[in-house]
Write a protein that binds this ligand. Structure first.
Ligand code: BDR
Ligand code: CA
Length: 328
């Protein structure tokens, strides 16, 4: 199988952790490194969490790089109210000491992209946090963009409401200036709240995970408890929305989601700060710079996740998931 080279840029974070687990269990991906950005938690904490995931999945050979510690312009606002003080739902797993994070994620991105570009190859970026590292890359090393195959970004919202304001999703709200730069310079596959809100890890699904794979199931249970409580208080959801793994799944399997090509820009000021303004009706007559996802097959996603992360074949998970998932 021809593996696709990827760098995963993230802010782990509970759902980032689930996304990393999925990526690490996907044979289609050659993960060259994990770059960390400030978002859900400060960068250094995010890097510690990435190392914990690598240890759980037996992949400490993949390097973790520390990225930007503040957004480009706005003051930094973390999301530890959602993800807990440790970023992993206050599970307080021990830090990894045998391997440490490396410095300078932006330089790593630039060096790796330039190297592949010189070999007529390319790399994709799966971005699961605020886009600060990627915007810095564009500002400091614009030449290396030729080495990017695709960028998939979890962020934004089209018709769905925001999760930080009526209109803004966290990743783009946290660093709207970075998101604006990225959309102005790259064609972005936008995996926004319209689709990720469909992906709900419910208590029944979690129980099923624990029954079939106690090691991974118990880790997921421990890190998502806090997230469950937050979702109930904040959104009246039983369980939790897991945004980031859908971006990884979509990168690998395009049949899981649908959307349309359009022009998108990110608002950086005022009450709609962080909003992804999607010109679905072509008012601005601008060149399309994004593929915005609008629908997803949550059942197929869950089967995909189960097959890889908890190692249950699709034909085996189908009858159980049919019992415990609401079919639309
Ligand atoms: C996004 O913000 C973070 O809290 C999650 O990790 C996800 O990337 C959802 O708005
Ligand atoms: Ca994230």
């Amino acid at each position: 199988m021809d593996k696709r080279k990827v760098i995963i840029d993230c802010d782990p974070g509970i759902d980032d952790t689930l996304a990393l687990m999925l990526a690490l269990r996907s044979p289609e991906l050659d993960i060259l490194g994990i770059s960390i950005v400030c978002g859900n938690v400060p960068t250094k904490k995010g890097a510690e969490n990435a190392l914990k995931v690598l240890k759980w999945m037996n992949r400490l050979d993949i390097p973790v790089y520390l990225g930007e510690e503040t957004p480009l312009v706005r003051p930094y606002v973390d999301a530890m109210d959602t993800h807990g003080e440790d970023g992993l739902g206050e599970s307080w797993y021990d830090c990894i000491t045998s391997v440490r994070p490396k410095e300078n994620a932006v330089q790593f991105l630039a060096d790796t992209l330039n190297e592949v570009k010189n070999n007529n190859d390319n790399i994709s970026i799966i971005a699961l946090g605020p886009l600060t590292n990627i915007a810095k890359l564009i500002q400091l090393h614009p030449e290396c963009l030729d080495g990017v195959d695709e960028i998939v970004s979890m962020g934004g919202a089209y018709k769905s409401h925001g999760n930080c304001s009526p209109v803004a999703e966290y990743n783009y709200w946290c660093d709207p200036d970075a998101a604006k730069i990225v959309f102005e310079n790259m064609f972005v596959h936008m995996v926004g709240l319209d689709v990720t809100r469909e992906i709900v890890l419910t208590p029944s699904i979690l129980e099923y995970m624990c029954n079939v794979n106690s090691k991974i199931g118990e880790i997921i249970k421990k890190i998502t408890r806090f997230y469950f409580d937050f979702h109930w208080k904040q959104e009246g959801v039983i369980g939790c929305v897991i945004n980031d793994p859908l971006a990884v799944a979509y990168f690998i399997d395009r049949t899981l989601c649908d959307g349309f090509s359009t022009y998108t820009q990110i608002e950086t000021q005022g009450i709609s700060l962080g909003q992804s303004v999607i010109d679905a009706y072509d008012f601005y007559k601008k060149e399309k710079n994004s593929y915005v996802l609008t629908t997803t097959d949550a059942f197929a996603f869950m089967q995909f996740f189960f097959e890889r992360v908890v190692e249950v074949k699709k034909e085996e998970s189908a009858p159980v998931l049919k019992q415990i998932m609401v079919q639309k």
